[in-house]
Design a protein around this ligand. Structure first.
Ligand SMILES: Cc1ncc(COP(=O)(O)O)c(C=O)c1O
Length: 380
């Protein structure tokens, strides 16, 4: 259907072999592959970072809120521009989500300023999102602010595995980092996620929450290392299986090169569109904040009919998407948020479009997309 789709997996025989080896090995969940993937991801994030592989990014966020004991009467600040998982998990633990606006039309992340406007004495946690793979440029100041105020900082790193600020990886600035390895992410598994923390106590608690609060694993009993288990606290089943963990380890090896290639392609998009009325955000991004270019978001010129542009691209076989529709338009949240309270996000949400970006994309494909886009804008 598509000549150029939004995203393509960067899979080859290595992923196939990884899964096939697990299946022939006969151990399917929470075994050596999971440990291997967790250890690899921990070293990737840096020294003294503890990781637990989980079933998906939403589970990671849910676990973070549970581990930090966020609940009724607590407020959690989240970006007004983000995926619905961030608001859903806050609602589902019984806390109140408070939306903070994007910084400006170039920097779509929250800033310390937009956050400070929303802090009250009920603020228990802040969820930062590194939108499109661009690290939140105030992350160091936000982390200090949270420490000073006793507010828990959670990083939603779904878009940004490998991104860094001053050489320190995103996912290590707050109490807990939450990663997603959904199919279309920089590290693709299908369904999968990771929680990261530098706090051994939280690491232990996250382990309990991931697996029924149990003190030993099925593998421990299989290997004869223990006979039974205690339940230290109530927990869930947010485990990752061995097939996915094995794919994760292969994908982790490909991640640095994939991120670099995304950067090159983004540069090409920027130069192809530089003389047009289309804006690509994060143009002014500071050089100490290294992006991993998860998606290629653009801001269409004001007044452009986005539906017509999407249709014109589709006619040429080019897939596009929207990141994200605003919360105030969803039936579940109708009447709960004022778009005037997040004016920058409101503008972005009406003019934003996401163009194809994936590591195996060719330069020529970028040129095809930008030519089709320019033509569509001139005609619509
Ligand atoms: C910013 C953000 N947060 C959270 C998630 C949820 O991750 P998952 O789909 O793995 O549950 C996503 C995934 O799309 C995301 O983009």
């Amino acid at each position: 259907m598509w000549n150029i789709q939004l995203f393509k997996l960067n899979f080859d025989d290595q992923e196939v072999k990884a899964v096939s080896d697990v299946v022939s090995g006969g151990w399917l969940s929470m075994g050596e592959e999971t440990i291997n993937f967790e250890e690899g991801f921990s070293s990737f994030l840096g020294k003294d970072v503890y990781c637990k592989a989980v079933s998906n990014g939403t589970a990671a966020l849910h676990m973070a809120l549970l581990a930090l004991e966020v609940g009724e009467d607590d407020e959690v600040i989240i970006p007004s521009l983000t995926f619905v998982a961030d608001i859903n998990v806050v609602k589902l633990v019984g806390a109140t989500p408070v939306l903070a606006d994007a910084s400006n039309l170039d920097d779509w992340n929250m800033s310390l300023e937009t956050i400070k406007e929303k802090v009250t004495n009920k603020t228990k946690a802040i969820i930062i999102v590194h939108y499109a793979g661009y690290p939140c440029k105030d992350i160091l100041a936000i982390s200090k602010f949270c420490n000073d105020k006793g507010i828990a900082l959670i990083e939603d790193v779904a878009h940004a595995p490998g991104a860094s600020v001053d050489g320190k990886k995103c996912g290590t600035f707050g109490a807990i980092g939450c990663f997603s390895f959904f199919s279309n992410k920089n590290l693709s598994i299908g369904e999968g996620g990771m929680v990261s923390t530098m706090c051994p106590g939280l690491h232990k608690k996250l382990g309990y929450i991931r697996s029924h609060g149990m003190t030993t694993l099925t593998l421990d009993r299989h290997k004869g290392r223990s006979i039974t288990y205690d339940v230290a606290q109530p927990g869930l089943n947010y485990r990752m299986d061995e097939m996915r963990a094995a794919i994760g380890s292969v994908q982790l090896k490909k991640l640095p090169d994939g991120n670099l290639r995304r950067g090159e392609l983004t540069q090409r998009y920027r130069s192809n569109l530089s003389a047009t009325s289309v804006m690509i955000p994060f143009k002014e991004h500071p050089s100490n904040a290294e992006s991993v270019y998860h998606i290629l978001p653009i801001l269409l010129p004001e007044g452009t009919d986005r539906v017509l542009i999407i249709g014109a691209l589709k006619e040429k076989g080019i897939q596009s998407s929207i990141h994200y529709p605003p919360f105030w338009d969803f039936s579940a949240f109708k009447g709960q948020f004022e778009q005037d309270d997040s004016p920058i996000t409101a503008q972005i949400c009406t003019r934003q479009l996401t163009l194809p970006l994936f590591p195996t994309m060719t330069d020529q494909e970028v040129d095809q997309v930008t030519s089709a886009l320019i033509e569509a804008i001139n005609e619509c």
